[in-house]
Ligand binder design. Structure first.
Ligand SMILES: Nc1ncnc2c1ncn2[C@@H]1O[C@H](COP(=O)(O)OP(=O)(O)OP(=O)(O)O)[C@@H](O)[C@H]1O
Ligand SMILES: [Mg+2]
Length: 605
């Protein structure tokens, strides 16, 4: 339960809602109990006055008295109606305060969690899956909301109702009250246990539902693979199995749910039976009146829901506490990459690496003792086998991770001491895994520079050699590209990702294998534009193709996390090592291609 204390500041923020809500609930509960007393008085009055009417039948006062009785009845009816209206009115105000408060706190909580998640570093996202994070923002927060809204509302309402009803009942007849309320605690306890079972089973239903939706989501996003491998039938079978399990669990839940109402009805029935039976005997013995029995029957029905809700509320609070614990666990995680410098600054573009070593785990180093100097405005090509640490190095430069040993200096300032926002704003980074949003091409490119005009977007689209493709799309630059850019080819996606980075016009540009999916002709076109874009920028080009890096001022070859070779294109060729071997390999491949391609490709290389 302690975890729920974290919510106190939120409750304090909406204290006016909370306090006025509590007062409204109390009024609503009070007006709910009053009609029973009116009904008791009316019944007793009617019984007495009917006798009087019988006695005075035939006398001239009879009609006056009859009118009087009728008017009193009407007035009593109007009073009951008035109480009902007032109860409803206060219930409306309660919902407007307490439930509105719970929705606002839900909103605040979601915002806080979202902001916190945004501040967390990439290592956090390696540990937590998207499904887990979504569950915490969605399911857990709504459970906490059930505590803040309904649980508080029903608790106050139950307590108030209890006090009013029990006080009146005791004032009428202590013994009858005691007899009538005996079954009620049993009702509350049994509902608590029924609820625990309901929760356990509905949790299982939820779990299976999420399995089912993950299954469906994954298979629809991978529908192309599924069709290509002709796996529809086997997927159908697996889906049926999953759905069957879901049905089984749902029916299991329905069974225990079916107990709910009968249990409540039975226990209320017993209470009512006691009231009428024992009350009836006492009426005969003239200990209580007929009106008292009617009044007690009403009280019993009034107490039923609050008592039942007591069990329900207890389980709500328990679930909320468990959910809040999970939320707190998330909120207590500190970002491993912290911004130590509040002052934004301009980056010139000189990059220095001094004995940099880094590994994702403590056991294994991916980069090992790398020292490198990239002068401002120069270009560096990085080549190396798959898994040699090229992308890792690029990610270190945008400070996705902090290094364990050595130093990375930008303009001779250690990267950790630079303002994190300035650093990331002033680096144009094209990651190896292209990620595009399900939005228009325009918005995807302008993501790099929020206030970019259409002309700017068009200009960078041209530099990234994507403009011609865009012009062929039905809505041009405003074409929506589907989930993660599904309607685009691999090369088109890469070029949009490139345009998104260069629109920032950053002093440092890092291109991680971003031309791998384009043909040599387009690659050449982009490289020729890049020559212009690169001016006065420090550019790092990671690639498997010699053609992409050959014009760089300096080229390094990474091997097992170390720099194996370093130098210009010519120097490396002269060295006759790995680079020369790659060059040899890539040109030999070309020589096996058709005549016409050979001539154009050789010109490119
Ligand atoms: N987030 C991560 N967590 C743990 N290990 C990782 C992570 N990213 C990469 N690695 C490991 O680090 C090593 C280097 O990966 P990296 O992506 O830097 O290689 P690369 O040189 O870019 O390869 P490629 O040419 O295939 O893009 C690989 O062995 C990989 O398994
Ligand atoms: Mg890579």
């Amino acid at each position: 339960m302690r975890s729920l204390r974290t919510l106190n500041p939120y409750l304090w923020k909406y204290k006016t809602h909370l306090l006025s809500g509590i007062v409204f609930v109390m009024f609503s509960a009070w007006f709910g109990t009053l009609p029973a007393q009116v009904i008791r008085d009316v019944l007793d009055m009617v019984r007495d006055e009917l006798q009087i009417l019988q006695l005075i039948k035939g006398y001239y006062v009879h009609s006056y008295f009859y009118t009087f009785v009728r008017d009193t009845l009407l007035l009593s009816g109007a009073t009951v109606l008035l109480f009902a209206i007032l109860r409803g009115f206060f219930l409306f105000l309660t919902r407007q305060t307490l439930i509105v408060m719970s929705r606002r706190i839900e909103f605040d909580l979601k915002n806080d969690i979202f902001n916190h998640l945004q501040s967390l570093s990439t290592d956090f996202y390696r540990k937590y899956s998207t499904g887990d994070i979504l569950a915490r923002i969605g399911e857990d927060v709504s459970r906490v909301r059930m505590y803040i809204g309904p649980a508080i509302m029903y608790t106050v309402s139950t307590v108030t109702m209890f006090i009013f009803v029990l006080a009146t009942m005791f004032s009428v007849n202590v013994w009858l009250t005691l007899i009538v309320i005996i079954p009620l605690p049993i009702l509350s306890i049994s509902i608590y246990y029924v609820n625990i079972t309901v929760n356990k089973r509905s949790e299982k239903v939820q779990e299976q539902l999420s399995n089912l939706s993950t299954f469906v989501q994954e298979h629809f996003s991978g529908i192309r693979i599924m069709k290509a491998f002709e796996r529809e039938k086997s997927v159908n079978i697996r889906f049926s199995e999953n759905a069957e399990e879901y049905k089984k669990r749902s029916l299991h839940l329905a069974k225990v749910n079916a107990f709910w109402l009968p249990v409540i009805s039975l226990l209320i029935g017993i209470s009512t039976l006691f009231t009428v039976w024992i009350g009836g005997i006492w009426v005969i013995q003239q200990k209580i009146t007929l009106g008292n029995i009617a009044e007690f029957v009403l009280y019993v029905s009034m107490l039923t829901w609050p008592i039942a809700s007591l069990g329900w509320v207890t389980s709500l609070v328990q679930r909320a506490a468990a959910s809040q614990t999970r939320i707190n666990e998330l909120m207590n995680i500190q970002p491993s990459i912290v911004n130590k410098n509040p002052n934004e600054s301009n980056i010139q573009g000189k990059i220095t690496l001094k004995n940099v070593s880094f590994g994702y785990t403590d056991e294994q180093n991916i980069l090992d003792n790398i020292s490198l100097e990239i002068p401002k405005g120069s270009s560096l090509g990085i080549m190396g086998a798959v898994g040699s640490g090229k992308s890792t190095l690029a990610q270190l430069l945008v400070r996705m991770y902090d290094i364990k040993h050595g130093q990375i200096l930008i303009d001779d300032v250690p990267i950790q001491e630079l303002n994190l926002n300035s650093l990331r704003q002033q680096i144009g980074y094209v990651p190896q895994d292209v990620f595009l949003f399900s939005d228009t091409i325009y918005n995807n490119i302008a993501f790099g520079k929020i206030d970019a005009t259409e002309q700017e977007v068009m200009a960078v689209a041209q530099k990234a050699a994507i403009l011609k493709d865009i012009e062929h799309f039905p809505d041009g630059i405003q074409t929506v590209i589907g989930e993660r850019g599904i309607t685009l080819s691999g090369g088109q996606k890469q070029r949009i990702s490139l345009a998104r980075a260069i629109i920032k016009n950053p002093p440092i540009l890092i291109l991680d294998d971003c031309l791998s999916a384009v043909d040599t002709h387009t690659e050449n076109e982009i490289l020729s534009h890049l020559a212009e874009v690169k001016q006065n920028k420090t550019t790092i080009i990671i690639s498997h193709r010699i053609s992409s890096v050959k014009d760089c001022d300096n080229i390094i070859i990474l091997k097992d996390g170390r720099i194996a070779e370093q130098g210009s294109h010519e120097a490396l060729l002269a060295l006759g090592g790995e680079y020369a071997r790659l060059y040899e390999e890539q040109t030999t491949v070309i020589s096996s291609v058709t005549e016409s391609t050979i001539s154009s490709t050789i010109v490119e290389i």
